[in-house]
Design a protein around this ligand. Structure first.
Ligand SMILES: [Fe+2]
Length: 374
């Protein structure tokens, strides 16, 4: 099975400071920064943006990306990029900003609507160059070829994929995690753990993605609790940030599975945060897979504990207690009415990643997971 990455990756604290130099050496003179309003207020982001201005870079900024970015947002960004003749897009933020930037970079050169390009390799023209700068520790979008957008009118999520959609450069700087609110640090890091676990238990797993997922899982189990502490231990944050990118590389090739199928159907219909939905669904979905993945989970548990033999139940208990310690609320906090369950289950089956599950997942399987959460 092929393993593909098209992104130059810099991972080290402070690497954001290399942005101006990299733009200059790449010949990119007219960047468009794509982010959200909250991040634009942050000192670290403002400093980065001011640094570009001081260096004489002619930049424009779009800071209106929402949680669960809409197709219309990506289309607006693309229109501004074309109109103002941008030569590179900088996606800075969580998965929402990076995905919106990624889709906009493609739309800027191909025209039309996001809905014209659902699926793999649908667009003919190479996108604008893209630099991805994650400020959370979950998305992995900085190293994947996919952008997930919400079609707000149809209340569904769509995926645009293509080998030319890999960001050209990822600047993975754990310094951004110092100011990330604790709840976001927790939910995005569990999103990363979900990426790794789904990649390495699903039907598309391969030796390269397994190695990346294993490392990500061990880093998160060993360091996430300390990273979550108010002191924000720099080494722990760096470990969690690395894990997020490693998990992104893993699922970018081996795909995600049922946790994401269900969380994306919830996110599409109810506009709830992706990381939070995954954190709530992760253990219940893995438990529902039962014996299908027990062997693999036992191997991972042995690896994480440094013992010759592990147990699936021990690993799941450990993850469950980690999620509880990170103060992630329960399923009822999402406020989803029981009468929504059938359409959530139906949307989960239609998700493009449903075929990547370790066992066939039908509507009844998703429905019974949702019932078990009530
Ligand atoms: Fe995710």
């Amino acid at each position: 099975m092929p393993f593909q990455v098209g992104t130059r990756i810099l991972i080290e604290p402070g690497c954001r400071e290399q942005l101006t130099g990299i733009l200059a050496e790449s010949g990119w003179k007219r960047p468009m920064l794509v982010t959200d309003a909250g991040l634009m207020q942050q000192a670290m982001v403002q400093e980065l943006w001011d640094g570009l201005g001081i260096a004489g870079v002619d930049g424009v900024c779009f800071d209106e990306v929402e949680c669960n970015p809409r197709t219309t947002t990506a289309e607006r960004i693309a229109a501004i990029a074309v109109e103002s003749q941008r030569d590179v897009i900088l996606g800075l933020g969580g998965g929402s900003s990076i995905d919106a930037a990624k889709a906009a970079a493609m739309l800027a050169t191909n025209g039309g609507l996001a809905s014209d390009y659902v699926g793999r390799q649908v667009f003919p023209e190479d996108p604008l160059p893209l630099v991805a700068i994650p400020t959370t520790c979950g998305t992995g979008s900085e190293v994947t070829w996919v952008a997930v957008l919400t079609d707000f009118e149809r209340k569904t999520k769509i995926s645009l994929k293509g080998s030319a959609m890999f960001p050209d450069l990822a600047l993975v700087d754990s310094g951004f995690l110092q100011s990330l609110p604790p709840s976001l640090l927790a939910t995005t890091a569990i999103d990363a753990l979900t990426h790794a676990l789904e990649a390495t238990t699903g039907s598309r797993r391969n030796p390269v993605s397994d190695a990346l997922a294993e490392k990500a899982i061990v880093l998160l189990l060993d360091h996430l609790r300390l990273a979550f502490e108010p002191a924000r231990d720099g080494a722990a944050l760096e470990a969690v940030m690395q894990a997020s990118t490693l998990a992104g590389l893993a699922f970018g090739n081996a795909d995600v599975a049922a946790v994401h199928c269900l969380s994306e159907s919830i996110g599409g219909i109810h506009d709830l945060p992706h990381g939070l939905c995954n954190a709530i669904l992760l253990v219940p979905v893995l438990r529902a897979h039962g014996g299908t993945i027990a062997g693999r989970l036992s191997e991972l548990d042995a690896m994480a504990c440094g013992k010759p033999v592990g147990s699936a139940e021990h690993l799941l208990d450990r993850i469950e207690s980690l999620i509880a310690d990170l103060e992630i609320p329960g399923f009822t906090s999402l406020g989803i009415a029981p009468e929504d369950d059938p359409r959530l289950a139906e949307a989960a089956v239609q998700n493009g990643s449903n075929d990547s599950n370790p066992r066939p997942m039908r509507e009844a399987d998703y429905f019974s997971i949702l019932q078990g959460l009530r």
